[in-house]
Design a protein around this ligand. Structure first.
Ligand code: ATP
Ligand code: MG
Length: 261
């Protein structure tokens, strides 16, 4: 059974892409067949997997979506890239930015990605979707296509307002279109363990949301290594397996899988 997981938060720069890459690599190291979908026109996921010029990639997620919309057959062969580290990826680039507007005017606009992914679930154990930082039609498509959503939250200050919006969107998608959607949990990222302030933020988030939602025990520490790794175009595993971030993401992957079984 394939599990489809969205990594979502409309707030920018909270670690969605970093989490997608490292969770993907963690699952792949456990022997799972993993596909990552870049669902952000910035193409950061594509770039951080070693494709340094996303805008020059001829076939991307937006072409596949366009084919779904026009009822044409999907050519995954020309679109799925195989990364050096053994992870498959459907790339994105600037072309995806036009998709929000295209989607507004079509039938079943919330289900385009779901339709596309339904043709891939036989080939993978996990499909991870790296969402764009907005709550527009693209993120709704990702939520409709998913079994589960993981929400990275930067442990910098209490981003309660933003999370409320996201929760409302998730509830609406659940109620109206995808009743099976589950909130996998909140993952605290960029936790600066040197400060008491970060510790209290982490406790505050746990106290505020812990009753209703799962907040993963694993926390991702703040580390310059994360930024260096994105720039090197490799997941943290390919970069330095012993660093604190790699360890934290390994623990997180194990924690996530323990529940899944
Ligand atoms: P966007 O909303 O723009 O898509 P995002 O939520 O996907 O952003 P990332 O791209 O994963 O966030 O991270 C934002 C920046 O922070 C990147 O430069 C990344 O390298 C860096 N970063 C991610 N995680 C950490 C960490 N644990 N410690 C330090 N820097 C980090
Ligand atoms: Mg991102």
């Amino acid at each position: 059974m394939c599990k489809v997981i969205s990594i979502a938060n409309q707030k920018g720069g909270v670690g969605k892409t970093t989490t997608t890459v490292n969770l993907g690599k963690g699952l792949s190291d456990m022997g799972k067949k993993v596909l990552l979908i870049d669902f952000d026109a910035q193409g950061s996921l594509t770039e951080s997997l070693g494709y340094s010029n996303p805008d020059e990639i001829p076939s991307t997620i937006s072409d596949l979506m366009q084919n779904v919309i026009e009822d044409r057959p999907l050519n995954f062969k020309s679109c799925v890239l195989h990364n050096d580290e053994g992870i498959d990826i459907i790339p994105a680039n600037i072309e995806l930015s036009g998709m929000e507007t295209i989607l507004v005017n079509i039938m079943s606009r919330e289900r385009v990605l779901k339709e596309l992914i339904s043709q891939l679930t036989d080939s993978y154990d996990y499909i991870l979707i790296d969402c764009t930082p907005s709550l527009g039609m693209l993120t709704i498509n990702a939520l409709v296509a998913s079994d589960e959503v993981i929400i990275p939250v930067q442990a910098h200050f209490l981003p309660a307002k933003g999370l409320e919006h996201l929760m409302r969107t998730i509830s609406k998608v659940k109620r109206q279109i995808n009743p099976g959607l589950k909130i996998g949990g909140i993952l605290l990222t960029m936790v600066d363990r040197r400060t008491n302030f970060a510790k209290s933020i982490s406790e505050l988030i746990r106290n505020t949301y812990g009753n209703d939602l799962r907040v993963f025990q694993s926390e991702i520490p703040l580390s310059i290594r994360a930024a260096e790794t994105s720039a090197a175009g490799k997941s943290i595993y390919g970069y330095d397996k012993r660093c604190s971030i790699a360890n934290a993401y390994t623990k997180f992957t194990e924690e996530l899988c323990m529940e899944v079984g």
